[in-house]
Design a protein. Structure first.
Lengths: 206, 334, 597
């Protein structure tokens, strides 16, 4: 950084000298993440709304000859994902209190239960396939496969992020309570959790 | 920091440039003015400058005309170069009972918009000339200093636009939807037609003498819609493949034809003659020549044609051919 | 809290790092050609990359429009010079299937690959940090990534032109069921969908950056009401982008899997197997929920910019700054609620039709307010006819004209008659293409001195303006005339119809005007290229205005501001009577009786 560049002088008496207790609620990266999540909300919201519009017009659902989606496995996977989110939430709380050991532990549980969720989703999709439901089998299949797989793809990417945070935490990279990366990853994870709950309720139970 | 800067002297050169600018603007507007000499002047220039191209174009677009074998119908309104500009380029004359309402609204909107447009142009032109930078002339600083009338002038003008234009359009739209769009003709004396466009032709179906669709006596035509004068026509439209658009310019109404969904519209023709039907919604490679003809006949002629065609259709009906059963159940709730 | 100054400074430093931080957004000075010009984090370089890329695509889109107009003016005649090479099998005549691809790609390219990078990529990236007194965007890496994702999407779009069965040919709106593989086979349209999806991702990344930067990196003392209106426009655009691009993404994605994987989201029951029951109209809803905000996305920065430029070159504050900002915000909110006016002919319910008509007409109220504020800015000003001012005035004219013609299309009765005719084409080109393009040019002429330390040639700029503006107005007004006469759009040879044959003359005149406007753009390209090294040198503030970017040297150093400024004034402190003799007051200069703090 060139020598002549400096920050605003201390005599300016404005924002930069604010006491941390008066600070904004969101850090910079959290603000960016919030905008991103708003975008993803619109994306999944559009998908779900489109599904609802199609579904609400049908008198018979699933259509005749099609088996309804498995309620058991989806309920189980929802519980697993919710559980994973709870652990992640507690991990972040621990992080904020500088309890790094607990953070590592809870984050690890959260990450691996996330993998269990993905595994259960794969079983679910395989079940659909084994029941004879193919992607091109009509609107019911279109919607079911699309919603589940689309969500799962996002979970895979988010899980990759979770795993990266997990590995970094094991390597001891997180030393201060204000690190941003885990917090952002957790937000994405919670968001996808909420999306899944909605999807599950609307797709499997409606 | 530069605080003092001598303004450009208002030399002859500057004056000339400003004059040229105003002239340019006036010329541009003049090009658009109704029946102005500028339009025909340009026409002459184009024809003189590129006579070859013009002749070639005349010839080549006839080469492209692929409707060989089809009967030539007298359609629409031909352009008469001696005619008043806005009549020459008006839409084909309206033969429907409600076309004049739409035409009136368009003209009203255009005139009102033109008035506001001229206000804008005059204001722009006046401000540009009167408030151009020159020595001794200072800008008027408005921060927090605007007088009440200054603040309210734009709001008042905006309100004027809203009342004179928007409200009229809103009211007119509401009336149009109530009295025309969803005011489907009821009763016995209505000609019911099912229209199924496909890539790239128009199929029309009439219920035949029995009044029920999809029966052996249904009259089906391709690219030919025959209707009686003075009787409302109610059409249900569904596409066979992709989205098409039914447009009969003389009727001033359009409707999309969507696969899997039935849309409907109605009109009432007041003149006999042959009129063109176009597809206005992009539907593939031959979209540009997907045309049909609407023939409006006298009542008696239509009756004659109808009965004769219905009987012929009944006789020629082939129960084995699935493609003749493209019609659908006509129900009021469609 | 410690009284120890040292601790406080550390605490404050840590706070700044997370919550605002002007310093850490300074990356070390780039040295190699790769980090300086290609993979640069510097928002100014990224802005130039968007500018060049956008202009290249704009050229391609304009060439396509010339070809389209050629077909309409000279049907059956081979396209000159390059026709023989492009279409050897027809002797150079543009065939109907390629015509469909031409208007499809023209629309797509101009909106997503020309206007968006110019008015959002270039203007947003260049202006935001400079106007708010920051050293760079809040997320410089994201900024760079957004350009390269965009670059990649352009490559895919370019590639789609050369695939078997040709590029996309279903219109830029890409309605099913024509867009399904059953009726439009081949990879062209699928690649189109992928390219657009990626372009959307790039814009989304940009939107995140712009929103966060404007919220967080404003210099101390810069309140929201001290923001130049350009930034209001860009801020609102970014919000619309962030919220509605995902809706497009969903629509495109569903159409893509309909094409590639056999799903039936937009296929209706009667033409596929029983139980399919998708809905083609669903796509139209999804598309236009994005599509209508999109046109506002493309014009909002232009509105903001012109509001500022009119003020700067009329040497007085923008008239009704607050009303303009509020109007632009109101329009942004309303923009998503009016989308149904694109669908009046699809058999929407009476309630929906009435609602959309009413809302569309309501949107003219805020539009009128800020438009009239533009006139109010000019009124009693002291107008300097610089090149940016010329283009701004042109934009005022084209937008006023185009906006008024929107009224014909807002009312459902006239809309039904004008739907899919050239009237619509004329209207949206005037409001979107002409206005946004003129504003983009204004932005380039305006920021050129800051980018290169030299001015663009004034005479060439004037020539460029007149040779673009007059033909452009002529072209689109004439289009509205032929549209009213019944000429529908996307038609390869309208003279098949007898009722349209007399329109050949007008179409020919449009062709002449298109040729003039097309070649006039080369004046601009020449001017830009030459002025970079041979333009008249200028100082830090050739326009004599007060916004923060003009307080630093020209060309702007890579770190922008040596010291982060503290803002005391609004952006339009021009000809203030409290400071007679001073043409302007910079935003970071404290003047007793004028400054707010």
């Amino acid at each position: 950084m060139p020598a002549e560049v400096s920050s605003a002088s201390a005599s300016s008496g404005v924002r930069m000298q604010q006491h941390p207790s008066e600070r904004a609620k969101l850090t910079n990266s959290q603000l960016g993440m919030l905008v991103a999540i708003a975008s993803f909300t619109m994306l999944f919201g559009t998908m779900l709304l489109s599904y609802l519009l199609i579904r609400a017009r049908q008198n018979v659902w699933p259509p005749i000859g099609v088996e309804p989606l498995d309620k058991q496995i989806t309920t189980l996977s929802t519980i697993v994902l919710l559980g994973s989110s709870i652990f992640v939430h507690h991990a972040i709380k621990a992080l904020r209190n500088s309890n790094f050991a607990q953070f590592k532990k809870y984050w690890s549980i959260g990450t691996w239960s996330g993998l269990v969720f993905l595994a259960m989703q794969s079983v679910f999709v395989m079940q659909m396939w084994q029941q004879g439901l193919r992607v091109e089998s009509g609107i019911f299949a279109s919607i079911s496969y699309t919603l589940v797989v689309f969500h799962a793809l996002h979970v895979i990417v988010a899980w990759g992020w979770m795993l990266a945070v997990h590995l970094k935490s094991l390597a001891g990279a997180y030393k201060t309570p204000t690190v941003q990366n885990p917090v952002l990853a957790s937000w994405m994870w919670h968001f996808l959790d909420v999306v899944w709950v909605l999807t599950c309720v609307l797709l499997v139970w409606y | 920091m530069m605080q003092m800067k001598t303004a450009r002297r208002n030399t002859m050169k500057t004056k000339l440039i400003q004059f040229a600018i105003v002239l340019g603007m006036a010329f541009s507007l003049g090009m658009l003015a109704p029946g102005s000499g500028a339009q025909s002047a340009l026409q002459t220039v184009v024809r003189t400058a590129i006579p070859e191209a013009h002749a070639q174009t005349e010839e080549t677009y006839h080469q492209l005309d692929t409707t060989d074998g089809a009967q030539t119908h007298a359609v629409g309104k031909e352009a008469n170069p001696n005619e008043y500009f806005w009549n020459r380029y008006a839409p084909p004359h309206s033969i429907s009972t409600y076309g004049h309402r739409i035409d009136w609204l368009f003209k009203y909107t255009s005139w009102a918009a033109f008035v506001f447009f001229m206000i804008m142009v005059i204001a722009l032109g006046y401000f540009i000339i009167k408030y151009r930078e020159r020595p001794g002339h200072k800008a008027y600083y408005t921060h927090g200093k605007s007088t009440k009338s200054e603040k309210w002038a734009p709001k008042f003008l905006d309100l004027a636009v809203f009342v004179s234009l928007d409200l009229v359009l809103m009211g007119s739209s509401y009336l149009h939807t109530r009295d025309i769009m969803w005011n489907y003709p009821q009763g016995e004396d209505v000609v019911k037609v099912q229209i199924m466009p496909q890539q790239w032709a128009w199929n029309f179906r009439y219920a035949g003498k029995d009044g029920i669709f999809n029966t052996p006596d249904d009259i089906t035509t391709i690219n030919e819609l025959r209707i009686p004068k003075g009787t409302p026509v109610l059409a249900q439209i569904k596409s066979k493949d992709v989205i098409h658009g039914f447009m009969a310019p003389n009727v001033r109404s359009q409707i999309d034809a969507i696969p899997g969904l039935i849309t409907k519209f109605w009109f009432d023709a007041t003149e006999t003659g042959d009129f063109e039907i176009a597809c206005y919604h992009l539907c593939g490679t031959a979209h540009y020549k997907m045309k049909a003809f609407m023939t409006v006949m006298e009542e008696s002629d239509y009756e004659e044609w109808f009965v004769e065609s219905s009987e012929w259709a009944q006789a020629a009906y082939d129960a084995e051919d699935p493609s003749v059963k493209w019609g659908w159940n006509w129900s009021i709730n469609n | 809290m410690s009284d120890n100054n040292q601790d406080q400074t550390t605490e404050v430093k840590a706070y700044n790092k997370l919550y605002s931080n002007h310093d850490d957004h300074l990356h070390p000075e780039p040295t190699s050609i790769w980090t300086k010009y290609i993979f640069s984090f510097d928002h100014k370089v990224i802005a130039k990359q968007f500018l060049v890329y956008g202009l290249c695509w704009g050229f391609l889109g304009a060439l396509m429009s010339v070809m389209i107009r050629w077909c309409l003016a000279q049907p059956g005649v081979p396209f000159p010079i390059i026709g023989q090479f492009l279409f050897p099998h027809t002797g150079g005549v543009i065939p109907p299937d390629w015509y469909s691809s031409l208007f499809t790609m023209h629309g797509t390219i101009m909106i997503f690959f020309a206007l968006t990078p110019l008015i959002i990529g270039f203007l947003g990236n260049y202006a935001i940090p400079l106007m708010i007194g920051a050293r760079d965007m809040l997320f410089p890496w994201l900024n760079m990534a957004s350009f390269w994702v965009f670059f990649a999407s352009g490559l895919i779009m370019l590639y789609s032109i050369f695939v078997p069965m040709g590029p996309s040919s279903v219109g830029w709106t890409s309605y099913p069921t024509l867009a399904h593989s059953q009726w439009t086979p081949g990879p062209g349209h699928s690649l189109w969908l992928v390219a657009l999806f990626l372009a959307g991702v790039s814009s989304l990344m940009g939107a995140i950056n712009y929103i966060s930067t404007i919220i967080r990196l404003r210099a101390p003392g810069m309140r929201w009401r001290d923001l130049p209106l350009t930034l209001w426009g860009i801020f609102l655009t970014s919000i619309l982008n962030a919220l509605f691009l995902p809706v497009l993404a969903a629509g495109l994605l569903l159409l893509l899997i309909d094409r590639e994987f056999g799903t039936t989201f937009f296929l209706a029951a009667s033409i596929s197997e029983a139980g399919t029951q998708g809905d083609p109209i669903l796509y139209q809803h999804l598309f236009w929920i994005f599509g209508h905000p999109e046109v506002y996305i493309v014009i909002l920065p232009a509105w903001g910019l012109v509001s500022d430029l009119l003020s700067f070159f009329a040497r007085k504050p923008a008239f009704g700054y607050r009303a303009t900002a509020i109007s632009m915000s109101a329009i942004s909110v309303l923009s998503a609620l009016v989308y149904g006016h694109h669908m009046f002919t699809t058999g929407l319910s009476p309630l929906l039709t009435a609602a959309f008509t009413t809302l569309t007409l309501l949107i003219s109220i805020p539009s009128g307010i800020f438009f009239l504020n533009w006139l109010g800015t000019l009124w009693r000003g002291s107008i300097r006819f610089t090149n940016p001012m010329l283009f701004s005035l042109g934009m005022v004219f084209t937008f006023g004209l185009g906006g008024l013609t929107g009224l014909h299309l807002a009312a459902v009765s006239t809309n039904i008659m004008l739907h899919n005719t050239y009237f619509v084409v004329g209207h949206f080109h005037l409001t979107m293409a002409a206005s946004s393009l003129l504003a983009s040019y204004a932005a380039v002429y305006f920021y050129f001195p800051k980018m290169y330390g030299r001015m663009m040639n004034k005479r060439l700029g004037q020539a460029h303006f007149w040779l673009s503006f007059v033909p452009i107005v002529y072209i689109f007004v004439t289009m509205m005339i032929v549209g009213y006469a019944g000429m529908h759009r996307r038609t390869y040879n309208p003279y098949e119809y007898n009722y349209l044959q007399h329109l050949l003359a007008l179409n020919q005149y449009i062709g002449v005007a298109v040729a003039i406007a097309f070649f006039a753009q080369f004046i601009f390209v020449f001017n830009y290229w030459r002025s970079r090294h041979h333009g008249v040198k200028c100082g830090s503030n050739p326009w004599e205005i007060g916004t923060l970017e003009w307080t630093i040297p020209s060309p702007a150093p890579y770190y922008n501001f040596k010291e982060i400024p503290v803002v005391h004034n609004g952006p339009h402190e021009l000809s203030n009577p409290k400071t007679p003799g001073r043409l302007f007051i910079p935003q970071d200069e404290y003047v007793e009786g004028v400054s707010h703090s």
